[in-house]
Design a protein around this ligand. Structure first.
Ligand code: GDP
Ligand code: MN
Length: 403
């Protein structure tokens, strides 16, 4: 699960990470009141930031033609005017895809005087099985580009999970950022807090880009997180009631939300052949083989090890809501799954949805004879496949219009 920048910063603040004074706003009235409070605190500027689950907002473009999802304002009126151009509008960034995302929440933050921008992230390095802290002096930019062009500018420190981040490691990272004196100490505390957030929240990624040295009105310099991204491990969410409440369904694909209600693991893709499969591994192999025979999968859909007739019907309905779907491949290997349950579900679903696109079914395993009999006696026009390769070729041909 992903959360918004303002929520990520709330979590970070709980672990002692310095964040700017900032207030989320969901309406123009809230934006006005938030901006008022921030100016009243002595800030000369406020920043109005679109909250969507995607980066690149600063350089993003609204479909209205308005440029920039992160803007600085010098007065309450200006902040409200900017808020009006963002709220309710669709922002397209490098990470959103062409459809963009509708902005429903803003973050009104104190405007910082930025002296330096850094990059800091904590993630799991699967290759060595350890948490990894990455830091770079090249902050505020696309880190993938830094990694490609100047990999030497990314500093890496691996953490022993048994003991957590050690003070000397936090200091090494602060030194790698070239900081001295009070800023060095502040950065070491900052890094420790970010690591603690990653660990305690069961995050898969905590990314601060930019982590900034900013100048306060009194001229003092401090380090703060001007942007934050946190991705959480769904498998650990049950331990974090407070984080679960941060889920924003507006940011999730409607079909994926619908699928999760039926315990179906569905991810929409761009192709034209829908797949309905039991087991994630088989689902991946099915997508591969469709591709191998020249087709392109419209989705990943794992109905799980023991799907019911209701789940299969729900799965068909979800698949068919995607207008790009031109054919369906059902690929079931019955282990725990009873093939006849699937067959009954398919027959019910085809009738209920008045299916009028090619459907190829490959059943194998537990109770397959009864399953095939159910399909054969249903009188439905469907194509059966004898093996995975056979079924994949048949669906690719059918979608191309030459069955
Ligand atoms: P992103 O584009 O989605 O990564 O959004 P960010 O929150 O990183 O904002 C984009 C850029 O806006 C940052 O890299 C900063 O350069 C700038 N920015 C963000 N907050 C402030 C601020 O408080 N003051 C100033 N002057 N610039 C800011
Ligand atoms: Mn950023």
């Amino acid at each position: 699960m992903n959360i918004h920048e303002y929520q990520a910063k709330q979590l970070l603040a709980q672990y002692g990470v310095a964040v700017p004074l900032e207030i989320p706003a969901r309406s123009l009235d809230e934006a006005r009141s938030a901006a008022g409070k921030i100016f009243a605190s002595g800030s000369a500027k406020v920043v109005v930031k679109s909250q969507i689950h995607a980066g690149g907002r600063g350089k993003g473009l609204f479909t209205s033609g308005f440029q920039g999802g992160v803007k600085v304002a010098s007065s309450v009126e200006e902040a409200v005017s900017l808020a009006g151009k963002m709220l309710g509008n669709v922002l397209v960034t490098k990470q959103t895809g062409a459809d963009g995302r509708r902005v429903q929440t803003l973050l009104i933050a104190e405007g910082a005087k930025i002296k330096k921008e850094f990059y800091l992230a904590v993630l799991l390095d699967r290759a060595v099985g350890r948490p990894l802290v990455m830091a770079s002096t090249e902050g505020g930019m696309d880190i993938e580009e830094v990694a490609r062009k100047t990999p030497g500018k990314i500093f890496k420190e691996w953490i022993d999970p048994a003991v957590g981040i050690q003070p000397f490691q936090a200091r090494k990272i602060a030194a790698a950022l070239g900081l001295k004196g009070d800023l060095f100490n502040a950065a070491a505390r900052f890094v420790t807090g970010v690591f603690k957030t990653w660990w305690e929240c069961d995050a898969s990624l905590v990314e601060i880009n930019p982590l900034c040295v900013v100048e306060a009105p009194d001229g003092r310099e401090t380090v703060v997180a001007l942007d934050a991204k946190i991705s959480l491990d769904d498998n650990a969410l049950y331990r974090h009631k407070d984080i679960q409440e941060m889920r924003d369904l507006n940011e999730e694909a409607p079909l994926e939300i619908e699928a999760s209600k039926f315990n179906l693991n569905y991810i929409k893709l761009d192709g034209s052949i829908a797949c309905l499969v039991n087991g994630a591994g088989l689902a991946m192999a099915t997508m591969d083989i469709i591709q191998h025979f020249g087709g392109s999968p419209a989705n990943f859909l794992d109905v799980g090890g023991g799907a019911s007739k209701e789940q299969v019907t729900a799965a068909f309905k979800i698949i068919l809501q995607d207008p790009h779907v031109k054919g369906i491949l059902v690929n079931i290997f019955g282990g725990i799954m009873d093939c006849n349950v699937i067959a009954t579900g398919i027959v019910a679903a085809v009738k209920e949805t008045h299916l009028n696109i090619p459907l190829v079914v490959r059943l194998e395993g537990n109770n397959v004879v009864a399953g095939k009999k159910t399909l054969a006696e249903s009188g439905l026009k469907l194509i059966t496949g004898d093996s995975m390769a056979d079924a994949a070729q048949k669906v690719v041909r059918a979608v191309a219009g030459n069955p």
